[in-house]
Design a protein around this ligand. Sequence first.
Ligand code: UDX
Length: 434
Amino acid sequence: MKIVVAGTGYVGLVTAVCLTEVGHTVTCVDIDENKIKMLKEGKSPIFEPGLEEIMLKNKDMLTYTTNSKEAYKNADVIFIGVGTPEKRDGSANLKYVYGVAEEIAESLEKDCVVVVKSTVPIGTNDKVEKLIKNKVKKGIKVEIVSNPEFLSQGTAVRDTLHAQRIVLGVPTKIAEKTMREVYDEFNIPYVITDRPSAEMIKYASNDFLALKISYINEIANLCEIVGANVEDVAKGMGMDSRIGNKFLNAGIGYGGSCFPKDTKALHWLANFYDYELKTIKAAIEINANQKLKLIKKARKYYETFENLNIAVLGLTFKPNTDDLREAPSLDNIPILLEDGANIKVYDPVGEKNYKKIYPNELKYCKSIEETLKDTDICFIFTEWDFVKNIDISEFERLMKKPIIIDGRNCYKIEDVKKYNVIYESIGRKTINNI
Ligand code: UDX
């Protein structure tokens, strides 16, 4: 079976590499020559634990190329795993998906199953089908399958190899049979349905998780007002198996490449059909406010941040990734800079991408100690292990004024209480021992 994957981002590359784990040989296509060059050298262009190891182990089963036409022409199955970024109006930009679909149609010289893995609005697979069928050479049969992914960055390899379900929106039994040949070896339960339902499963799942986070964030905000502890509240809720204990960590809002984009895209789609998705609208609004919560808390101590020395721990949207998309740090740091603060940051993995946005405005530190030294306040935007493992006494020892504004509840209140610090977190009591 000749499998080709279009796009070597998180979705495409992880899919391709995991397919080799069950014995398939896969050709990865990308228009970015630098990425292909890196891949050929055995290096992953994205930071994803475990990915490079499998890439190297199965290198004989992986080919990388920018010559898409050549790759597509004799393929049995082509996965489309290119980006669907957000447009200014909140809708999904499908130009890359349609671009690949057109190229596939022009290149194919035999029957093929085209699998849309990118997250696309409901109805897109049907449009891809029309587009390909209009352009493909006469006599060639193409089937379009919707097969959304559910991988999280940082655990993408595990999430793919041990997924909880494989969703297949299939137009025919023949297409289903081909997809089973691709996936049977994974031994993961299937959800077989039509294409619009498969597309909807993806959005409904992501938006539900985003909603769950926004819900616990609202509860956290109320906990602060009434003097309750959101961690205990979440624990108590989560022990009810109907609710579940996952995605109940209160914080400064969800970021990343999926939740912000997918909530807006579904809301936009509903609006397009004159339907208002009130729950998702609320989740979007709550998240936008939540992202700025730390600044509000910090203003209790300093009206302005002008000339203050500020420490920032964590830049990425979550730990174990170098991805900055929709990271709360990107909402907060511009405000601190606008006020005229001197900012030291520490995030060894996120630093490289951050430097592309802020090459000179921030001081990139090499250690926690260097970051905290002589600062007036410290913001925590990401719960990296290196942050969670800091001995709290270090804040007291190193900072000029140990005010810690923690957006990810990295420390236990009981532990913090022992030190002479001010500690603000999310949905829990403020500790003020100064
Ligand atoms: C998410 C989905 O989990 C995945 O299934 C989908 O395919 C893509 O989107 P990802 O964006 O990689 O994956 O990260 P995830 O771990 O889900 O976290 C998303 C955001 O939510 C992060 O900013 C994280 O900090 C935040 N989050 C998550 C919380 O604030 N609280 C939680 O309890 C969980």
